[in-house]
Design a protein around this ligand. Structure first.
Ligand SMILES: N#Cc1c(-c2ccc3ccn(Cc4ccc(CN5CCOCC5)cc4)c3c2)n[nH]c1N
Length: 250
């Protein structure tokens, strides 16, 4: 997979050099190319923004730097087979970023991220590129950030961990919260490791029982409890709600 990121804060993407994503890059499983948008400005102040038409607060990012940069990124190309690139535009008004969308994006060979600042990018930029490639406007949550770079870090990590061979234990994302399958739409339950007792706190006996069926049942029950407490909305999405209601009645 190849990722291109266009930003006025290239240093914000330094975390993509470490940990899981950094290792995937070092192993050649992921290529990450960060582009400083100001390299596509030609005035002495490297201007990337201007006042909004129609008035209103803040500034809007100008068309030309984005257009010149994105044309270059596309022209430099990448042999992504039958699939061309997909553009991912972080924005508070975007489609919610979910594990389902992470799985969709992880299937793409080439993603181009366009994290903006100020009040966003002139709409004509997304309209222009939507005539050439898929453009997904995505939000990582119902809160307001000052720009899209943090969203790129979040989306990249969620996508990279799904790439084959990136997670050490291929089983790890089988039990992900929100992943399809038996634990779909359930939050993870508690996890424990040695020592068996810490500051007088022992671990649940079932986890030492060696009885895999009981352990699996206990983990699902704990996941249901945590989900009911923290995300009751998820229980409406899964047959677990029927189980849970029965369980709560007993
Ligand atoms: N992903 C994600 C995000 C972002 C995000 C992502 C990208 C950018 C680029 C600029 N900002 C700042 C910003 C703040 C407020 C507003 C709304 N205003 C628009 C103009 O009319 C008035 C209202 C827009 C832009 C961004 C924020 N925030 N939260 C998420 N989950």
């Amino acid at each position: 997979m190849r990722l291109d990121v266009v930003t006025i804060f290239p240093e914000y993407l330094e975390p993509l050099n470490v940990s899981l994503v950094g290792k995937a890059r070092a192993r050649g499983q992921l290529g990450v190319h960060v582009h400083d948008l100001r390299q596509w400005t030609y005035d002495r102040h490297n201007t990337v923004d201007d006042t909004p038409y129609g008035g209103g607060p803040g500034m809007v990012m100008k068309t030309d730097p984005w257009g010149d940069c994105l044309d270059q990124v596309l022209a430099d190309g990448y042999d992504s087979g039958a699939h061309g690139p997909v553009m991912v535009v972080p924005t508070p008004s975007g489609r919610p970023f979910t594990q389902e969308l992470a799985v969709e994006l992880a299937a793409q060979p080439w993603l181009i991220f366009t994290p903006a600042r100020y009040e966003g990018i002139d709409r004509r930029v997304m309209d222009e590129y939507a005539t050439r490639i898929p453009v997904h406007e995505v939000s990582i949550g119902d809160y307001v950030l000052a720009g899209g770079e943090a969203a790129v870090l979040v989306i990249t990590e969620a996508v990279a961990r799904l790439l084959p061979g990136v997670l050490g234990n291929a089983e790890s994302h089988r039990d992900d919260s929100f992943a399809p399958g038996e634990m779909a739409n359930l939050l993870e339950g508690p996890v424990y490791t040695k020592p068996p007792v810490w500051r007088g706190r022992a671990i649940p006996d079932v986890l030492l029982s060696g009885h895999h069926g009981k352990i699996a049942r206990w983990r699902r029950d704990e996941a249901l409890r945590r989900t009911a407490a923290n995300r009751p909305d998820l229980l409406e999405r899964t047959e677990a709600s029927a189980f849970d209601k029965k369980d709560r009645e007993t």
